[in-house]
Design a protein around this ligand. Structure first.
Ligand code: NCD
Length: 299
């Protein structure tokens, strides 16, 4: 049997989704030592990353497994070796879990069939980023006092560069599974085109924010914009940047990071008790350890 991979939210059952978030809060793995005899976790980041890469590295330590770090310049991929051949070669060196970030949307699907190899999508182009959405859900569950029934009817809005966001795309899959009422807020040019069409969308920030319990802002992803598109950023800042006065005391603010301060969020949020941004990073560690635990070590 093939090993299990986590490439999209749809790879998990509802029970697994709730189970992962609850275990991350109550009972995450915590191995006392890393065992070099165990199969290793490869961290293949073919695009820049700080928090996701370090989070998976620390999470692997929590499940007691060694890690091997790769970037695109240090692998034979640059010599023309296919990703499949690279993974099978590394499998022979007792590396069985591959956490991969790639600029190529959908390019990880073909790896599912490789024997004894488990792949975790750490962001594929404008595809998905399932563990980010799951760690966000874990953060929300914590803010809800650990009571999963309180997801039901929670009103969450995601604001910003939706079209280019793999986090928003994973949330479009995750929200209905949790019972969260998700809505999207963005300039019309940044509205998702071929996905998320069932999610309510508006370009009226002022009207939208008042009705929400949780607001998640997204980074304006300049590196994914085409020529001339960065002029849209100035218009976005004028009409969509979130300021502390835009939120009430009971509303919570999230962001997957990295934040472009004073672009999508006013820098005054750096010291604001409504911000859950660092809690998201913290919960990500436990959640990713639970994901590694769930997928197991392929044999
Ligand atoms: C996101 C990503 O890389 O997809 N960040 C993250 O993983 N924490 C979002 C982003 O880059 O803006």
């Amino acid at each position: 049997m093939n090993a299990r991979s986590l490439l999209r939210i749809s790879d998990l059952t509802d029970g697994e989704i709730f189970g992962l978030c609850e275990k991350a809060l109550k009972n995450p793995p915590s191995a006392s030592a890393v065992d070099p005899r165990r199969s290793a976790v490869a961290l293949m980041f073919l695009e820049p990353s700080t928090r996701t890469r370090v989070s998976f590295e620390r999470a692997s330590q929590l499940v007691g497994r060694p890690t091997i770090l790769f970037d695109d310049a240090s692998t034979s991929l640059v010599k023309g070796e296919s990703l499949e051949d690279t993974l099978l070669t590394l499998r022979a060196l007792n590396i069985s879990t591959f956490v991969i970030r790639t600029p190529h949307t959908g390019s990880l699907e073909k790896l599912r069939v490789l024997p004894g190899i488990s792949v975790i999508n750490a962001g594929d182009g404008v595809g998905e980023h399932p563990t980010q959405a799951l760690l966000d859900a874990t953060t929300l569950l914590d803010a809800l006092g650990g009571d999963r029934s309180r997801f039901s009817g929670l009103r969450m809005g995601i604001l910003g560069d939706l079209r280019r966001s793999r986090v928003a795309r994973s949330w479009a899959e995750l929200a209905p599974r949790l019972g969260v009422h998700l809505s999207f807020i963005s300039p019309s040019g940044w509205r998702p085109q071929d996905w998320g069409t069932q999610i309510p969308w508006t370009d009226r920030k002022a009207d939208a924010l008042g009705s929400l319990d949780v607001i998640m802002a997204l980074r304006v992803q300049k590196e994914r914009m085409g020529p001339g598109e960065d002029k849209d950023t100035e218009a976005f800042i004028r009409s969509f940047r979130i300021h502390p006065l835009d939120l009430t005391d009971r509303q919570k603010l999230m962001h997957p990071g990295p934040v472009n301060w004073d672009v999508e969020l006013s820098s005054e949020f750096q010291r604001d008790s409504r911000s859950l941004i660092l809690t998201q990073v913290q919960k990500g560690l436990s959640l990713r350890a639970c994901v590694l635990d769930l997928l197991g070590e392929a044999s």
